[in-house]
Design a protein around this ligand. Structure first.
Ligand code: NAD
Length: 418
């Protein structure tokens, strides 16, 4: 692909990784795997992050996030010279934006990172380039933020320049596999933009690459996560109802699921991570009057940690000096990601409530990095606690001896020890 000309003949040329440079903006859970997959596919990749320590770590061939096999892929990409990281973008044929898209305290989208990344690449964007937004985004972001801020005014989308949204649907812990195997939705600002983006993804994705408009692609991703949120909210509401009626929620759900057309999801301590607990708000914010179900699901899931805290505080009252062991801080099993974690919120709340001495443990969170409160070993927590609260179903907690559990008051928010 060309970085300095927009003749029809050059644009029509098939994408050849060894002739193509890619600039990836944001080297986190999505950007770094994407950059290293592309580099190992033969693309010349320049990864950009605003955090110097991230850039330095990657240029040493190391990684700053926990993801199976990512260290091997990054080391190979850096050693072969296909992946280099820097603090500033450079001219490239393809730009991919993978920066955070959080929400503000009032649940409105914070698109400042996308805007900053778009503005940063603008001086380097040339005719013939493909600019892709991978960050999960509210409707119109590709057009109103990326096109507006990244693309010089004299370049017409679909003719001189190609702009598209391609949301990520990977599962942390399986990112390298899913980034390549999952079907992908690509939505261009124009049909020609969709086709160009489709052609690019088809060079490294084995799943189907499905072309649509930018707005439909944006909403598709939000709908996927809202679907999960609404269904988890149903399971969480049932678990609270079961507690109220003094029946076992796990038995209730497994019996109901014996119906051939019922498939209730698993309840938990709440919903965390920066996707499912955030993205539905983008839809609510885009159309607040017509999304009561999506909003309510968010509220139900956000209320679940408080329900767990109340339950633990109540149980702890039977001890004169309660010691409450909390197993797990991350938002899901076997990852190190603490973002929006209900498990962490529950531990914070228990500490604030002075419900007793709170002994927290998470084998994926290093005490050097996490300094908010002390962390204990699993053996310590099991030995010292009277009330044991299972918050994240890490595999290390699966095999806690039944004999130890029988000696404690148990709150198992994940049904791991049923
Ligand atoms: N993590 C997931 O499992 C997942 C899955 C699907 C979609 N997403 C979406 O992908 C996007 C990125 O998520 P993530 O998990 O990789 O976030 P992350 O926080 O792990 O990584 C983002 C990186 O971008 C960097 N950054 C911020 N502003 C920048 C800028 N202006 N220029 C260059 N770098 C900048 C940050 O320093 C950080 O390293 C989000 O929109 C998220 O919702 C994430």
């Amino acid at each position: 692909m060309s970085s300095d000309t927009h003749s029809e003949s050059r644009r029509a040329r098939p994408i050849k990784p060894s002739d193509t440079t890619v600039c990836v903006m944001g080297l986190g859970y999505i950007g770094l795997p994407t950059a290293s997959i592309l580099a190992n596919k033969g693309y010349h990749v320049h990864g950009v992050d605003v955090r110097p320590e991230v850039v330095e770590t990657i240029n040493r061939g190391q990684i700053h996030i926990e993801e199976p096999d990512l260290d091997i892929l990054v080391r190979s990409a850096v050693n072969s010279g296909q992946l280099k990281a820097g603090l500033e973008p450079q001219p490239a044929d393809v730009f991919i934006i993978c920066v955070p898209t959080p929400i503000n305290p009032d649940h409105s989208p914070d698109l400042s990172y996308v805007e900053q990344a778009a503005r940063a690449i603008r001086p380097h964007v040339r005719a013939g380039n493909l600019v892709i937004l991978e960050s999960t985004s509210p409707p119109h972001t590709t057009e109103r933020i990326v096109l507006r801020h990244a693309v010089p005014d004299d370049l017409a989308p679909g003719r001189d320049i190609f702009v598209a949204h391609c949301p990520e649907r990977v599962l942390p812990g399986r990112i390298l596999l899913e980034a390549v195997q999952n079907d992908r939705v690509v939505g261009g600002i124009t049909p020609a933009c969709s086709l160009k983006a489709k052609e690019f993804y088809e060079t490294f994705v084995n799943g189907n690459v499905l072309a649509t408009s930018a707005k439909t692609a944006e909403v598709t991703k939000l709908v996927e996560n809202s679907y999960r949120d609404v269904n988890i909210a149903f399971a969480n509401e049932l678990s609270i109802l079961a507690d109220e009626l003094e029946i076992d929620p796990w038995e209730l759900i497994s019996l109901a699921n014996r119906h051939p057309r019922v498939n209730i999801l698993t309840p938990g301590p709440g919903v965390g991570g920066h996707c499912i607990s955030v993205d539905p708000w983008f839809l609510v914010h885009a159309a607040p009057k017509i999304t009561p179900l999506i909003r309510t699901a968010r509220e139900v899931n956000d209320a679940k940690p408080h329900h767990v805290v109340e339950h633990v505080v109540e149980l702890a009252r039977q001890f004169a000096s309660p010691r409450i062991g909390c197993l797990g801080l991350t938002y899901k099993a076997d990852v190190d990601d603490l973002r929006e974690s209900p498990s962490l919120d529950i531990v914070r709340e228990l500490r604030k409530r002075n419900a007793g001495e709170v002994l927290a443990c998470d084998p994926y969170v290093s005490p050097e990095r996490f300094t908010e409160f002390p962390l204990y070993s699993l053996a310590d927590v099991l030995h010292r606690s009277q009330v044991l609260v299972l918050l994240t179903d890490h595999r290390q907690f699966r095999d806690v001896p039944r004999k130890v559990l029988q000696e404690k008051v148990i709150v198992d928010t994940r049904g791991l020890w049923r």
